[in-house]
Design a protein around this ligand. Structure first.
Ligand code: TNX
Length: 510
């Protein structure tokens, strides 16, 4: 017989010196419903199989790829009927789990994971990973035993859009570095990767009709390093790698400001016909496409056409932020021409919240990045049916310093400790934006000061799991005390994964 525990708060140790938490109580993001079967334990064995037939097969292969290196077990992925000791993945949700939900049942005999979609199974696999000892994340054989606590978890997300953004423009990150980040964010059920592909300092995606964007515009970065860019094949490789991890890529080409790299690559895009030099500093707001020239819209059409064709996901982000060198009138005229181009190529437009000035209709997405809990443009956007993606700079920006001693990052939106990143509710945060209009949350990581995966990881962890929990877990489970205990239990797991995270003094790391 189990104890029914709903949400995280019921799982929190109630008194000061708590027992070491059971892994059932340590999942991040907190599952919707957890029933622990105390005294029951499953143990993975040398002879265990992973049963995953049909469309569940690739998720089974992914799970095997995580478990084999550390356990040393063969763990064949088969379509056969399960026998004792097996893990079974089934595409059968009983109709109630939604597109990303799952149910995980653990008895002494088996682990049974079911969901209506491969994405739901993938989410369940992330929970199963967290129920196994942290050493399972290592890439060499470990002693075990490989136990999973008995019980049942039924889980589904609060918001369908739980995003991480990586700025590959200020500093370029290669395909392998992006894949490494994809692997890390998927552990916390992030399902969107927003790639900031262009900015003043670099253009990072090959566009066949405008080749110099990448070859010249991508040839440097902040500080003057060599930069780089993704070939279309590289980009497709990233998109497919992400898709296999339940992550949809949202590409961004920032327009009409943040365009120095493009303006430097093609003189004809400048109003005066003169190409500026490449830029390697960190100022913002000085560049603009030439709003009055026809070639500007031929350029935008070509770029959006090629990028849309490479992008299977529904979204295309057109930036629109900090266009301080574009007049208000020009900005609106520019957006009025660009919004139909995005639509023509079949994508839902996303933009930073300033672009709400352009008055896009319907399901357009407005990404809030302000430092207060309101913006005069938001009520109008909501009234037009737009969805709001919430990424407050003073809560969810992973590039803000944790405190005054943080060696990396910026501080224009303030210091963001883990409790700050966790301490807000995306469903009710913005004035005039009801929860029904909230698409979800995003944790952007701008890279002016970040040069490699170590830097990314130090800034993203552990705040990314905090934002991931705000996006996934039920509002009623929000509880800082419980969260910091569960987060502490992630420490050994991140260490086993080789993630050099920030050891926030707010979290009782073990
Ligand atoms: C503001 S947030 C920007 C970026 C910077 C970032 C640094 C936003 C839409 N624009 O251009 O990289 O601050 O934190």
């Amino acid at each position: 017989t189990g104890v029914l525990l709903s949400g995280a708060s019921a799982l929190a140790p109630a008194v000061a010196a708590p027992e070491p938490p059971s892994p059932m109580n340590s999942v991040v993001p907190a599952p919707t419903e957890v029933r622990a079967d105390q005294g029951t334990t499953f143990e993975l064995a040398e002879g265990s199989s992973i049963n995953a037939a049909g469309a569940a097969g690739p998720v089974g292969d992914y799970l095997a790829g995580i478990l084999r290196p550390s356990t040393g077990y063969p763990l064949p992925v088969t379509g056969e009927d399960p026998s004792a000791g097996d893990i079974t993945l089934r595409l059968d949700d009983g109709g109630d789990l939604g597109p990303e939900g799952y149910r995980l049942r653990v008895t002494a005999d088996e682990v049974a994971l079911s969901a209506g979609t491969p994405g739901g199974l993938f989410n369940g696999v992330q929970t199963l990973r967290q129920l196994l000892p942290a050493a399972v994340e290592r890439d060499e054989v470990q002693p075990g035993p490989w136990t999973v606590p008995g019980g049942e978890i039924t889980d589904r997300p609060r918001f369908g859009h739980r995003a991480a953004m990586l700025d590959v423009a200020r500093h370029f990150f290669g395909v392998d570095e992006v894949k490494r980040y994809i692997d890390q964010i998927s552990l916390y059920k992030i399902n969107r990767l927003h790639l900031h592909l262009s900015d003043d300092q670099g253009w990072r995606i090959q566009i066949n009709s405008w080749p110099r964007l990448a070859t010249y515009g991508g040839s440097t970065e902040v500080g003057g390093g060599p930069g780089g860019y993704y070939t279309q094949q590289d980009y497709t490789d990233i998109v497919e790698y992400a898709a296999a991890r339940n992550i949809t890529v949202v590409p961004e080409i920032d327009l009409p400001g943040h365009t120095n790299a493009a303006l430097a690559s093609y003189a004809e895009l400048n109003c005066d016909g003169v190409a500026p030099p490449l830029y390697t500093g960190i100022e913002v707001g000085f560049s603009s496409l030439c709003v009055g020239k026809d070639i500007t819209y031929e350029f935008v059409d070509d770029v959006i056409r090629e990028l849309a064709a490479l992008t299977p996901g529904p979204y295309l982000h057109i930036g629109g932020d900090e266009a301080h060198s574009t007049t208000e009138e020009d900005y609106k005229a520019f957006m009025a021409k660009v919004l139909p181009i995005v639509q023509k190529y079949g994508k839902t437009v996303v933009g930073w919240h300033e672009y709400a000035k352009a008055g896009a209709e319907g399901d357009a997405v407005v990404q809030f990045w302000g430092t207060t809990n309101s913006d005069p443009l938001l009520p109008g956007a909501v009234a037009r049916g737009n969805k709001v993606l919430v990424s407050p700079a003073n809560k969810s920006y992973l590039d803000m310093k944790y405190d005054e001693n943080t060696p990396l990052g910026l501080k224009w939106a303030g210091y963001i400790e883990v409790a700050d990143a966790y301490g807000w509710d995306p469903g009710s945060y913005l004035q005039g934006v009801p929860e029904e209009s909230v698409l979800g949350v995003e944790a952007p990581l701008w890279s002016e000061t970040l040069e490699n995966s170590d830097h990314i990881e130090f800034m993203a962890f552990p705040r990314l799991p905090a934002i991931a929990e705000l996006g996934w877990s039920a509002a009623g489970s929000h509880d800082w005390e419980a969260f910091r205990q569960r987060l502490a239990a992630q420490g050994p797991r991140l260490t086993a994964l080789g993630v050099d995270f920030y050891r926030s003094p707010q979290v009782p790391w073990t």
